[in-house]
Design a protein around this ligand. Structure first.
Ligand code: URA
Length: 291
């Protein structure tokens, strides 16, 4: 809208612009609803409303989070307002586990995840970011969560850190036709905030099942959150990186190597030297036949 048609005066539009810049800097970069909601009034309404009994709450959330595919909401529901969805983490985690376990193929898993409503991040994300690359690859890379570019394109690691990741892979002769890439969290957290431990626990069964279905020979976890979630460790990336650990799928053991996240390397280029060592270690591991 041109300034002369704008209902906001030039003086005010500057203020609005500044306010938007402030929001963007604070990570508030998406609208959840078409219309603004006065949450202060909502608080009054909530105070006046009768309390929901735990059992009722469970029932309210169960179609979305605790039953198998038959009672999942219809596809295309994504993008609807987060409204009053009450997600009980334990039920959502149990539902995610059950659904993930039931997926016989990656395509089936993707479809189940498209329809899963147990993670609130889905309501603010544009779309599911499932994976990229070759499902037959021997190397699987696992990041934390999609950012803005990934959310828009529906593919992991396509932004600045993804470009660096591509260059890192190229340095050991690999590209997206020879690796498989996914994230622990498949929906972008609003404003790229850190996913909560609950969100991570809810999403974990999906990436775990993805690992089982891809069945790679080598896993590289990218960054601290991914390493801690996938390898069930509380140690920080400064201690874990470069140290091989065994990832047990229940059917076999896969060698896993934590390394720095490419976004961290963009901020701290001096750590690329250590990353290079990790890439060389992975390259050597790929030269040995699968166990
Ligand atoms: N960072 C991640 O961890 N994953 C992506 O897909 C993009 C950035």
């Amino acid at each position: 809208m041109s300034p002369e048609h704008s209902p906001i005066s030039a003086e005010h539009s500057l203020t609005v612009r500044e306010l938007l810049a402030f929001y963007a800097a604070a990570g508030v970069d998406c609208a959840l609803l078409d219309e603004p909601v006065n949450r202060l009034l909502e608080d009054d309404a909530a105070m006046a409303a009768p309390a929901i009994e735990p059992a009722q709450r469970q029932a309210a959330s169960s179609p979305a989070v605790s039953s198998p595919a038959s009672s999942l909401p219809p596809p295309g529901a994504q993008g609807a307002a987060p409204a009053a969805t009450v997600v009980i983490p334990e039920a959502a985690i149990a539902s995610a586990r059950e659904l993930a376990r039931s997926a016989p193929t990656l395509e089936a898993l993707r479809e189940l995840m498209e329809r899963f409503d147990g993670c609130a991040l889905k309501a603010t994300a544009t779309r599911l970011v499932f994976a990229d690359g070759n499902p037959q690859a021997r190397l699987m890379l696992i990041g934390e969560a999609p950012g803005r570019d990934e959310d828009l394109q529906g593919l992991p690691f396509v932004g600045r850190s993804g470009q660096l990741l591509d260059r890192m892979l190229a340095a050991i002769g690999l590209d997206r036709t020879s690796v498989y890439i996914a994230n622990v969290i498949p929906w972008r957290p609003p404003g790229n905030r850190t996913p909560t431990p609950q969100e991570t626990q809810i999403c974990l069964p999906f990436i775990t099942r993805q690992i089982e279905l891809v069945d790679p020979d080598v896993i590289m976890t990218l960054g601290n959150p991914s390493t801690q979630a996938i390898l069930a460790t509380r140690e920080g990336i400064m201690r874990t990186r470069g140290r091989w650990v065994d990832y047990d799928t229940g059917r076999r053991t896969i060698r896993a190597l934590p390394t720095f996240h490419p976004a961290y390397l963009l901020r701290q280029p001096s750590y690329k030297r250590l990353s290079w060592q990790d890439l060389c270690a992975v390259s050597r591991a790929l030269q040995t036949p699968a166990v």
